[in-house]
Design a protein around this ligand. Sequence first.
Ligand SMILES: C[S@@+](CC[C@H](N)C(=O)[O-])C[C@H]1O[C@@H](n2cnc3c(N)ncnc32)[C@H](O)[C@@H]1O
Length: 237
Amino acid sequence: MPQGTGHTFSHMQDAGFVRKAFAGIASRYVLANHVLSLGIDCLWRRTTSRRIASLDPRRILDLATGSGDLARSIQSACPAAKVLGADFSVPMMREAQARQFQSLIAADGLALPFQDGVFDVLTVAFGLRNMASWPAALQEMSRVLRPGGSLFVLDFSIPRTPGIRQLYLFYLKNIMPRIAGWITGQRDAYVYLCGSIERFPSGKDMESLICANGFQSARTTPLTFGIASLYEAKKPG
Ligand SMILES: C[S@@+](CC[C@H](N)C(=O)[O-])C[C@H]1O[C@@H](n2cnc3c(N)ncnc32)[C@H](O)[C@@H]1O
């Protein structure tokens, strides 16, 4: 286990709270995302989709697909691929359907209803952080990928550059929950979001977590001063 971060990697997110939180914000989730990130979240998903397209995969699972924004972006970057979105929140998947993404299945990331090795690529954007066990979720992702298949984890991280880091933490703790509360009426969900970002490992720590749970060759691409990171890794074989 990586040292010196205070992360235990066995931190438990409360699945009941997470389900309720996403059901509560589902109808305003996309709007809140775009306002809070000034639309930059679309660029992060596009970067991820382009990387995936360069692998020319055929079967792709977008886990924790939520409103399906990443799944749609991947589908347009990889028109020949079959992209399936999975999530344990039906209200969130209704948003995906309303946004013209229909290839969906209700599933818990910790117990996926697929046989071993069926996907070429598995993506999870802003989802792993919310799962009850990060190691168990990664092992399950590895199980459903074929040997040599690719994992992409896109999630928030805290910038490391002094100055930017303090500024971002101030925004995260003091401004973001207030704005999100106005938009969604669910300020608590965004107070949770802030804490979950602080607890979530990033950079080398995340690479170690990924490699300890069914993957190899993990690498990190920091996005927008490191307020988000894209992790890419391969299933051995
Ligand atoms: C912040 S949203 C991300 C949605 C989408 N991937 C995006 O890029 O906007 C997180 C999603 O993870 C889902 N989620 C959390 N834990 C899950 C689990 N154990 N299994 C499946 N989905 C889960 C939530 O229901 C929610 O839709």
